[in-house]
Design a protein around this ligand. Structure first.
Ligand SMILES: [Zn+2]
Length: 396
């Protein structure tokens, strides 16, 4: 039975990976009326006039990123190199540096934009400690739905780092699509983007989502962009310079296509906010650039990121081991010592060091009152170290 379910799940997610680029709309539709998300969705598409006034300066915006890799097996536990390839893909496309920008049709080249937003793995965590910006967590869940459980430690996921200071990206085996995003104004505790592990970055990824553009598209949503067709037949995406378009586009079309009487412009199916294959999308427009950068203007939903210390030098030393997590007696001791520890340390290692820091003995903690023999040890000062404590004692 277990094997059967495993097969169904793996098959399910592999098949859908080949079909559904983005499940953000379905995810947002599932939010309760009155929730922060519902409000955020209602406000999407507004502020069209604002985009003309603001968000047009040239300062490069740098965003600290933390990637939460949640895995069940080694394949899902993607390498640091693959994680970095995802960050590189963001910078490539948000700075319009991809080689395939030359595929942007001539009629759209004058509005194709360098968004001037850059992404970096965090160097300091929310406590100021050193980090490589990648968190790994193994769990028993084989696949995840677009229901935010991957963002909750209590559900086997991993809580976000403060979303006012970091872009949180969860890389998981996502069922139903290659990614989804929260939008500006969503609840801070579930803010961020979720990407299928085989669609993140440019290494070990699966076509047609193999060039890292799933995360480019989802971060577009996270910065306030709607889909190019406005999620309705000939809908409004709230951006002036994207042509009105009938529906989403799948696969890899070529040539001129027209819908909604969009005339000589035609459909912009190569926009990052369509559903086209990775190999066939290549631009954000100047209007989309303004809309995204507007999030960083004073009072904007993403403005707090400009004050983040996530890319600073770490300013805190790693926390010292607390001594109070264990009680040791007697001290001084003669032939044995007993250490009293919490239940959660049973099964964990206990290491004994001499005053020079040389390891004398390692054993496994078997009970909350664990007794250690000191037979054969010279008189002097010793240290007992467990997972979260360090205790000093004297052997007589
Ligand atoms: Zn989308």
């Amino acid at each position: 039975m277990r094997t059967f379910f495993l097969f169904v799940f793996l098959h399910f997610s592999a098949v859908l990976l080949a079909q559904d680029r983005c499940i953000t709309v379905g995810y947002l539709a599932g939010k309760q009326p009155g929730s922060p998300e519902a409000k955020a969705i209602a406000e999407q598409g507004q502020g069209k006039n604002n985009t003309q006034r603001q968000g047009n300066d040239d300062a490069v915006i740098r965003i600290p990123v933390v990637v939460h890799v949640l895995y069940n097996d080694a394949t899902q536990n993607i390498s640091e190199t693959q994680v970095r390839s995802g960050i590189d893909a963001l910078n490539r496309d948000f700075r319009r540096k991809a080689a395939d920008t030359s595929n942007t049709p001539l009629r759209f080249r004058s509005i194709a934009a360098d968004v001037q937003i850059e992404f970096y793995l965090a160097t300091a965590d929310p406590f100021g400690r050193s980090t490589n910006g990648i968190i790994r967590k193994q769990n028993s869940r084989i696949a995840w739905m677009a229901d935010d459980k991957m963002k909750m430690a209590a559900q086997g996921g991993d809580n976000p780092w403060n979303s006012k200071s970091y872009l949180n990206i969860w890389v998981v085996n996502l069922a139903g699509g290659s990614g989804y995003a929260s939008v500006p104004g969503c609840a801070p505790e579930t803010d961020g983007v979720v990407i299928h592990y085989a669609a993140f970055g440019t290494l070990n990824t699966t076509a047609p989502f193999n060039m890292g553009r799933t995360v480019v598209h989802e971060v577009g949503h996270w910065l306030g962009l709607k889909h190019i067709w406005g999620d309705a037949e000939c809908g409004d995406d709230g951006v002036d310079d994207t042509p009105q378009q009938g529906f989403f586009t799948k696969g890899c079309p070529s040539g001129f296509r027209s819908s909604c009487n969009n005339g000589t412009q035609g459909d912009m199916y190569m926009n990052f906010m369509d559903y086209t294959d990775d190999a066939c999308m290549n631009l954000f427009t100047a209007g989309q650039r303004s809309r995204m950068r507007l999030q960083f203007a004073e009072g904007g939903w993403r403005a707090s990121l400009l004050q983040s210390r996530g890319l600073s030098e770490p300013w805190m030393q790693q926390a010292a081991l607390p001594a109070a997590a264990a009680t040791l007696y007697p001290n001084p001791a003669q032939d044995k010592v007993t250490i009293q520890v919490g239940q959660f340390l049973i099964g964990k290692k206990l290491s004994l060091f001499n005053s020079q820091g040389l390891l004398q003995n390692v054993e496994t903690i078997t009970s909350t009152l664990h007794t250690l023999s000191l037979a054969g040890l010279k008189s002097g000062v010793y240290f007992l170290r467990g997972e979260d404590f360090l205790q000093k004692f004297v052997k007589l």
